[in-house]
Design a protein around this ligand. Structure first.
Ligand code: ATR
Length: 271
């Protein structure tokens, strides 16, 4: 049976095995999917050992940049993202790297939540690996403006430079922000520590502005609680993005697109 895995550190609480298990059952694909803990200093060894036999892997924190460097070829999305979250072992034994995070985010916002991004003014908060990974697909969706906002402004400016030929992108620091926008996406790691980026409430037009935290937890994240208090029209967490990026990986490996709605519903039920 074809074997796949998600590799990370830590990995014990990964939802990828149940997600791919549900996809396989739903589509009738015969495959095994497991979670593998890689030592922090030997992602390459864990990857190499698994892919002696395994057909593909998902890569998660903190190895996505290393995965980018280790693959033999990359999709255009992965090339620009500077990070790889999906690897496929091709028939000639070489490794193809893709990044499905941004596609997953855009599909969750446009398809699942029903907010078309064309013509929208979007703030992307954060300028680390998570933010960089989603910029190209966001720009492809045709926003009026994508402004990258970061505590360390220089990092936001670097990203805006890197993607400036791809669409209307700009950079800012938190204290430059004032006017309300249509959508705020939190791509900082602040939610992980229960912290809130210093966002002025004026960014949210009550009943209009949507907020999306790429993090998810069993309870609402600090960012989404803040957004709700300011009267945001919708507050969405990153569970849908997780399921959608997994569906993109499954499609790359198996050529079959799973129906994500029942899988997302099942995960929400499990909590
Ligand atoms: P990831 O791979 O999750 O993106 P990262 O590359 O370490 O992780 O980037 C973390 C991001 O979260 C950065 O944009 C960081 O801002 P700085 O570049 O200024 O460090 C941002 N971040 C982390 N904690 C934050 C906080 N409390 N407030 C605002 N931004 C925060």
């Amino acid at each position: 049976m074809d074997r796949y895995a998600v590799i990370g550190n830590p990995i014990a609480h990964s939802k990828s095995p149940p997600i791919h298990g549900l996809f396989a059952r739903q589509t009738g694909e015969q495959l095994q999917y497991e979670a593998l803990l890689a030592p922090l200093d030997d992602f390459a060894g864990t990857l190499r050992d698994f892919l002696q036999e395994g057909r593909g892997v998902n890569v998660t924190v903190p190895f996505k940049e290393q995965a980018w460097a280790l693959v033999d070829s990359r999709t255009p999305a992965a090339e620009r993202a500077g990070a790889v979250n999906t690897i496929q072992r091709l028939d000639d034994g070489s490794l193809l790297g893709d990044n499905t995070d941004g596609k997953g985010l855009v599909r969750d916002i446009q398809h699942n939540a029903g907010l078309p991004l064309a013509g929208k003014r979007i703030l992307l908060i954060g300028a680390g690996g998570a933010a960089r990974g989603v910029i190209q697909p966001l720009l492809e969706a045709g926003p009026a403006q994508l402004c990258v906002v970061n505590r360390t402004v220089e990092k936001a400016e670097q990203l805006a430079m890197l993607f400036k030929d791809q669409g209307p992108i700009s950079a800012a620091g938190f204290d430059w922000l004032e006017e309300s926008v249509d959508l705020i996406i939190n791509a900082t790691s602040a939610s992980l520590d229960g912290q809130l980026p210093p966002l002025p409430p004026s960014l949210i037009r009550p009943g209009h502005t949507w907020c999306y935290d790429m993090m998810y937890a069993s309870e609402a994240t600090v960012f989404n609680r803040w957004a709700d208090e300011q009267g945001a029209a919708r507050c969405i967490d990153g569970l849908g993005m997780l399921v959608e990026q997994a569906a993109e990986a499954f499609f790359l490996w198996r050529g079959v697109r799973p129906d994500t709605a029942p899988v997302l519903a099942s995960l929400r039920q499990r909590g």
